[in-house]
Write a protein that binds this ligand. Structure first.
Ligand SMILES: Cc1ncc(COP(=O)(O)O)c(C=O)c1O
Length: 386
């Protein structure tokens, strides 16, 4: 096969190797505690499963999605943004349902970038941003997220030649992998910077509904001028414990929303109608539907923070997301540390370098396991490190 050049930068081999190693250990009967999983261990709310079940059972609901009216889901998304963030969106032009936020995340690069352009990507960050920038033939410029800046990008430190060639900047708060959240001041500054430099902002708000105490995350679109310069992606995956459904949304700048819509006409035929009906139901749920789940995540977070800190991990207690970002004790590389912890303690964490060079020296710990398993993981790591 003679593959296209755009395939060259696609990585993922190491992740495959890690998954194979975990599967092998499981097959050998080893009780590995996997703290790498970015998929909630909770089930979707029962009333949503019921809606899905009934809709799937209706023989009339299995045609191409274009056979059904698109308005109800678009309206439910706009209503949810109004209730949750006080952001008014036109359902017809400023809202596009996605097959999970990954769908829009991928397409948006092909709307904006071509060879010679630059995509500004946080470092560390969710690896798909960089992979997609590189697939378009554009160049990735990594923008460091440093603990001294509360893991927010320092826009003034981006080299001016990179800004001149940049067409897009990714921001992701609440953040994977660091668990950091953004401040209103940051978004205001970002919007004026984007205007000044004519760079489109893409805000990834996939984790906005997993948060603790009164720290309810904001949306980039809440701030004046946001929809002139950018869009936001959001997803039901983490909000309602349903990563497998593939239901998300792109909202904001109508030109960009329309552009992604034009590509999607050719890449998919829209969302399975029973999933549309279930998504409408989910978005119209009471605001406190997931409060109990968030309290459980919080209990897990506190257990990890209290347990790992004294062992020498430099922990950054998150206000949102189900990830704990932690500096590795002893100064060994993140990959060595994770492999050693796997071999000697049967605990798996994700090495931070997978999220970019500035992730080196850290591990990402997902608290998508029951509190008893997390307590056991802490005991094993304590023994391993002593
Ligand atoms: C930061 C971030 N963005 C987007 C996604 C994709 O989520 P989905 O496609 O399920 O909406 C993930 C998944 O883990 C993520 O961590």
């Amino acid at each position: 096969m003679r593959f296209a050049k755009r395939m060259e930068p696609l990585k993922g081999l190491l992740t495959m190797e890690m998954n194979m190693r975990l599967a092998r250990m499981k097959a050998e009967g080893r009780d590995v505690i996997n703290l790498g999983i970015g998929d909630p261990d909770f089930t979707p709310p029962g009333h949503l499963l019921q809606v899905m079940k009934e809709a799937v059972g209706n023989p009339d609901y299995h045609h191409y999605p274009s056979s059904y009216r698109p308005e109800p889901l678009r309206k439910a998304i706009a209503d949810w943004y109004r209730r949750r963030f006080a952001v008014d969106l036109d359902p017809a032009t400023e809202v596009l349902p996605l097959l999970g936020s990954t769908d829009g995340l991928f397409m948006i690069h092909f709307c904006l970038l071509e060879p010679g352009d630059v995509g500004l990507v946080p470092d560390p960050s969710y690896p798909s941003y960089e992979a997609c920038v590189n697939m378009t033939g554009a160049r990735t410029e990594r923008v460091p997220l440093l603990p001294e800046n509360a893991f927010l990008p320092d826009l003034d430190s981006i080299p001016s030649e990179a800004i001149r060639a940049a067409k897009l900047i990714w921001v992701n708060y609440p953040n994977n992998p660091t668990g950091a959240t953004a401040t209103p001041d940051f978004y205001r500054r970002l919007i004026s910077w984007a205007k000044e430099n004519d760079v489109a902002v893409v805000s990834d708000n996939a984790y906005s509904e997993v948060y603790f105490d009164e720290h309810r995350p904001v949306s980039f679109l809440e701030f004046p001028g946001a929809r002139d310069v950018g869009v936001e992606i959001h997803s039901l995956s983490k909000s309602y414990n349903c990563c497998g459904w593939r239901s998300g949304m792109l909202v904001g700048n109508k030109d960009l929303v329309a552009a992604v819509g034009r590509i999607k006409v050719h890449s998919d035929r829209g969302m399975f109608y029973p999933l549309q009906l279930t998504s409408v139901q989910a978005l119209n749920s009471p605001a406190d539907l997931m409060a109990g789940r968030n309290r459980i995540y919080q209990e897990r977070r506190d257990l990890l923070v209290q347990g790992l800190g004294p062992m020498g991990f430099k922990v950054y207690s998150p206000k949102a997301t189900f990830y704990l970002w932690a500096g590795v004790p002893n100064g060994v590389s993140s990959l060595d540390f994770c492999y050693q912890a796997l071999e000697k303690a049967n605990v798996w964490m994700i090495p931070g370098f997978l999220y970019g060079p500035h992730g080196e020296g850290y591990v990402r710990i997902a608290f998508t396991q029951p509190v008893e398993r997390l307590a056991e993981a802490v005991r094993r790591l304590e023994k391993f490190l002593s």
